[in-house]
Each structure stands twice: as C-alpha cells, then as structure tokens.
Design a binder for this molecule. Structure first.
Ligand code: UDP
Ligand code: MG
Length: 175
C-alpha cells in the first residue's frame, strides 16, 4: 500500500466541502490513515512549497499555457510571473484553516492526482474534484493577482509525498 498527502485548502474549508472531497477518495477505495485541521502561518507555508528555480518557472509556464489556450499572451516573463504566483500562494494558503489528510491505498499518489484533476479547474474534466467544484481559471486568477482557488493540494510524486507527510505528521501520528 502507498501513502500520499492531500490538503483541503482554505477555499475548500470555507465552502464546506471537506466531507464531500474526502468522500471522493473513500469512494475510490482509498482510506484515511491520519488527518488534522490546522492554520498554517506564512513561514510554515513557505517551508512547505518548493522554492527552487525549476518550480518557480513551472508555475510561470502554467500561466503561459493558460494564456495561449485563450489566444492571449502573458504580460511578464515566466520567471517574474512564477515568483508572483508563489507569493500569492503563501498569502492564500495562510489565509484560513486547512485540513491535511494522509490517504492510503494501491497506487495512492497517482490515484489521488487523477481524482483531483489538473491545476487549472477550467481545464479539469467533470468527474474530477477540481472539475466538479470549481470553474476558476489560472488566467483569471493571474489577472486578479491571486492564486487559482482549486480547493485541494495533492502530492505529485513519491518524493513529494514522503516529504509532505513528514511535514504535517510526526511518526507518532502516523500508522
Ligand atoms: N498556482 C496558481 N497559478 C499557476 C500555478 C499554480 O495559482 O499558474 C497555484 C495553485 O493554487 C496550485 C499551486 O499554486 O495548486 C501549486 O502549483 P502546482 O503547479 O504544484 O499545482 P498542483 O500540484 O496543485 O496542481
Ligand atoms: Mg504541485
């Protein structure tokens, strides 16, 4: 069995979607291994999200792609935009309580990403959590100088899952 981490982000908690979101995972055969509600400060959020050049550029690239899909152009470089997105992400993630959950199951990391859907809710297919509960878009969010409200974080790969589970849960809290 594999473990992965999800976080219901402040928008998901504010909208009262914690139960509905977790049910999606349980329905798919994943089980809750550990869970807690907490309010992260900016320092904690800063330590949680990567801060390397590659990751910041990846954030910028998602915006170029979102603009390209609508025949628009990003007004600043991917690097500059990526840095802004990361800053908005710190502000947003620290803006309210979140729920962190370790989910366990067969091929859990990929299974969860599939159920969550892609970063841009406006591009997520119906049936995914991001596709069913939001129509927000990366492009609109960028224009409004904020992150996209996409409800949920999910570890992207084995290394990320291992690091992120450890970030939220001590050995005693894990089973
Ligand atoms: N994000 C954003 N605009 C972007 C890229 C990312 O608002 O162009 C935010 C969004 O909230 C996302 C988070 O930054 O969930 C982390 O980005 P990542 O690319 O890791 O997306 P995820 O893994 O959550 O799909
Ligand atoms: Mg990610």
């Amino acid at each position: 069995m594999e473990k992965t981490l999800i976080i219901v982000k402040p928008d998901g908690v504010k909208r009262g979607l914690v139960g509905k979101i977790i049910t999606r995972f349980e329905n798919a055969g994943l089980s809750i291994s550990s869970a807690k509600m907490l309010w992260l400060d900016k320092k904690k959020v800063n330590a949680f999200y990567p801060n390397d050049k590659e990751w910041i550029l990846m954030l910028g690239k998602k915006n170029t792609e979102a603009a390209r899909l609508r025949g628009e152009k990003l007004g600043r470089s991917e690097w500059e935009h990526g840095k802004l997105v990361r800053k908005w992400l710190m502000d947003y993630t620290a803006s309210g309580p979140v729920v962190a959950v370790v989910l366990e199951g067969s091929d859990a990391i990929m299974a969860v990403r599939k159920l969550v859907g892609p970063t841009d809710c406006s591009q997520a297919t119906p049936g995914t959590i991001r596709g069913d509960f939001s129509t927000d878009s990366i492009l609109k969010a960028g224009k409004e100088k904020r992150v996209i409200y996409n409800l949920i974080h999910a570890s992207g790969n084995t290394a990320e899952a291992k690091k992120e589970i450890k970030f939220f849960f001590s050995d005693k809290e894990l089973r």
